[in-house]
Design a protein around this ligand. Structure first.
Ligand code: CTP
Ligand code: CA
Length: 227
């Protein structure tokens, strides 16, 4: 029906997914952003919906189509993303796949910054953005399963394990995004599932296949002790 499947392993479960980059304005015509196509996060939202979950997809600016059967909340900045995620709570599970910009400009210019010939450009004063994954992981309305991502260019597994502990989430999907891997912007991914139980290395597969396998694992965790 129009509201999506009522059956499936995650029927009756509410899910929140973040996806895409965030854009942090510098002035009315410029912004700071991360590289992110949104492909992996959108594929996870679609797979959760196919498994019967009621999905809210909080998406930064992307050019790909919104998946069928999910409620999309479009946002621009990290602060908007956090507000949209908190507004979507309570939920049974959350998957934070967005590439959130770590910093924003302290004071967004109301007018376009102009070049001043012969003088140095003014430095940008940056401040740290809120950490959406860490906030949700320690939230009074914390979902029973919180999954984060770790995109690294070095020390992949040790950085991912440190993030798991620091952010208080249950699982981290870790991937190597070094330029040589060709992962960024592509349709394939090679990830490692990091949890308190240890590290699972998954073979390289399409982003859709990573999403399907992750959702299978999520469904398994709800059919076990959490269900
Ligand atoms: N994340 C988030 N909010 C932020 C920064 C990151 O929710 N402000 C989430 C991402 O969506 C991802 C996870 O945290 O699920 C890890 O993001 P990552 O950028 O790898 O970690 P950081 O803690 O920002 O560390 P760093 O960029 O320094 O490696
Ligand atoms: Ca970051």
């Amino acid at each position: 029906g129009p509201s999506g499947p009522l059956t499936g392993p995650l029927a009756g479960r509410r899910a929140i997914v973040t996806s895409g980059p965030t854009h942090e304005p510098i002035d009315p015509v410029r912004y700071i952003a991360n590289r992110s196509s949104g492909k992996q996060g959108h594929a996870i939202a679609a797979a959760l919906a196919r498994a019967g979950a009621e999905v809210t997809l909080v998406s930064g600016p992307v050019t790909i189509a919104p998946p069928a059967g999910v409620t999309v909340v479009p946002v621009e900045t990290a602060r908007e993303m956090l507000a949209a995620v908190e507004a979507a709570l309570p939920a049974d599970l959350a998957v934070m796949a967005a590439a959130v910009a770590d910093w924003r400009v302290a004071a967004e210019g109301a007018e376009k910054i102009k070049k001043a010939p012969g003088s140095e450009p003014a430095p940008l004063h940056l401040v740290e953005n809120p950490d959406i994954l860490a906030t949700v992981s320690r939230h009074p309305k914390r979902p029973s399963l919180v999954v984060g991502f770790a995109a690294e260019t070095q020390n992949l597994l040790s950085n991912a394990a440190a993030k798991l502990a620091r952010k208080g989430c249950d699982w981290i999907v870790a991937n190597d995004v070094s330029p040589g891997t060709g992962i960024m912007g592509g349709d394939r991914n090679r990830v490692h599932l990091v949890s308190a139980a240890g590290v699972e290395d998954w073979p390289e597969m399409s982003k859709d296949e990573v999403a399907a396998r992750l959702v299978q694992r999520i469904a398994g965790s709800f059919s076990g002790s959490l269900g």
